[in-house]
Ligand binder design. Structure first.
Ligand SMILES: Nc1ncnc2c1ncn2[C@@H]1O[C@H](COP(=O)(O)OP(=O)(O)OP(=O)(O)O)[C@@H](O)[C@H]1O
Ligand SMILES: [Mg+2]
Length: 435
């Protein structure tokens, strides 16, 4: 008994001289309000990518997620990255600090000038510009479990190549948020290129209309731009690419609007383009009035079975079954299939092949450009996207060539087919129609 007491006394004496043991934080799980667009990101994934227009809530959501992770994992090392970061003012630091306050976890962090440290663990959050890194210095980021690249449209191909293999602790994630600029930008090429979504990536597109906390000011700004400049609106608010307008075939020839066709309008004209592999089956319903072409409805479907085509078109294009529909003539068997009604499915009875001739693409484009305006109904989002993206080829010096890039033209092709008799008769000088 005596021996035990002596031992206890000795231990007490010793403890007095030992530094106090830092209490380790227990993992804490913070509940987040997750907007619907971000639900796919609840799964863990090597890459999480969210792109789109302004004020969608991308930065706020990922900032909250970063704080949630740091709270739950006291040893997590986080790096917030931009291509260029001249000053911390232009980093996510202020937003993270705000979130730490608002989420009621300020007591868990030490906020220093250049970094944020997690108390009760080795966790840290730092802010860096990729342009300040060399192939050697990037190695300082090994051991980081989370990298968040903000404004990722500015990330160079070199930076992406340096970063990806560096973030490699088990279970590490790399997040990207951006406003798309050019399809050739490294981040767009990686996540949205022709080879499709890379394995291990969750890629989400999001715009202001999916932000439940959208400020009234943003809504007003958006409405102003939508009214004044369709192209700018598509790029800034809808996350569309920023295509240089002189390259666009339809340039300022088109605009978005809402309209109801009048009883004195010429039409409707229906046209269709067959899908194949990654190309959609596209169809349109058009009108002509007041020197303008009016795109009232569109149908756009990937991998649409021929058996389902009539149903789909009847759903998307009101009254299509009562009118002549001109379709790409390269697939006569598809035309005959879809035109026939069967016991278990409807048919499109007046579906016919559209004429094609040498130069019919160029003639069709000239005809379309001849309208004062192409007015695209706001619900026809694919037609609008193609009007923006359909463009001329360029040479390596960037000069515009008198040739057309055979992309982003499915809905537009279906419009050419719809109007092919008018295009032909105008060519032969026979057309005396008045709009
Ligand atoms: N979780 C949130 N908490 C508080 N406010 C939010 C939240 N999400 C969005 N908002 C509001 O919506 C606005 C836009 O959000 P945010 O800045 O995250 O959008 P973004 O998609 O990053 O836009 P940008 O492309 O302009 O950077 C914010 O300024 C804020 O007012
Ligand atoms: Mg942002």
């Amino acid at each position: 008994m005596k021996g035990l007491e002596r031992l206890e006394r000795r231990e007490k004496r010793l403890n007095k001289w030992l530094p106090p043991v830092k209490p380790r934080s227990q993992p804490i799980h913070l509940q987040l309000q997750i907007p619907d667009w971000a639900l796919p990101f609840k799964e863990s994934s090597r890459y999480k990518a969210a792109y789109g227009g302004r004020s969608a809530g991308k930065s706020h959501h990922f900032a909250e997620k970063a704080v949630q992770r740091m709270v739950a994992e006291p040893d997590l090392r986080v790096v917030c990255i931009r291509e260029i970061q001249k000053s911390l003012k232009f980093s996510a630091k202020a937003l993270l600090e705000k979130k730490i306050q608002e989420m009621g976890v300020r007591h868990l962090f030490t906020i220093l000038t250049t970094e944020i440290r997690r108390k009760g663990g080795n966790g840290i959050c730092i802010f860096q510009g990729m342009q300040d890194h060399t192939a050697d210095s990037i190695k300082s980021l090994e051991g980081f479990g989370l990298a968040w690249v903000e404004e990722a449209q500015n990330l160079s191909a070199r930076s992406l190549t340096l970063l990806r293999p560096t973030i490699r602790t088990p279970g590490s994630e790399i997040w990207f948020t951006w406003n798309p600029d050019q399809p050739t930008d490294a981040v767009d090429h990686f996540f949205r290129g022709e080879t499709g979504v890379p394995e291990g990536a969750i890629v989400v597109s999001v715009n202001y209309d999916q932000n439940p906390l959208l400020p009234a000011e943003s809504l007003a700004e958006m409405a102003l731009d939508r009214q004044r400049d369709t192209d700018y609106y598509q790029h800034v608010w809808q996350g569309g690419y920023n295509i240089k307008s002189q390259l666009q075939i339809f340039g300022d020839k088109w605009r978005l609007d809402e309209f109801v066709p009048g009883s004195d309008w010429d039409g409707p004209y229906f046209g269709a383009d067959w899908g194949f592999a990654a190309d959609p089956t596209a169809a349109v319903k058009l009108w002509i009035y007041d020197q303008c072409l009016w795109v009232e409805y569109e149908s756009w479907a990937l991998q649409l079975e021929l058996d389902q085509t009539a149903d789909r078109w009847m759903r998307d294009l009101p009254e299509i079954e009562k009118h002549t529909v001109r379709a790409d003539n390269s697939r006569p068997e598809s035309i005959s299939h879809v035109s026939q009604q069967k016991r278990d499915r409807p048919g499109i009875p007046y579906l016919v092949a559209a004429d094609k001739w040498a130069g019919s693409v160029e003639d069709g484009i000239a005809f379309l450009r001849n309208f004062d305006k192409i007015v695209v109904h706001q619900r026809c989002t694919h037609f609008a996207e193609e009007c923006r993206l359909y463009r001329y080829k360029t040479n390596a010096a960037g000069d515009i060539l008198p040739a057309i890039v055979d992309k982003h033209n499915h809905a537009i092709d279906s419009a050419r087919y719809a109007l092919s008799p008018l295009i032909k008769s105008q060519l032969s000088g026979n057309w005396v129609g008045e709009w």
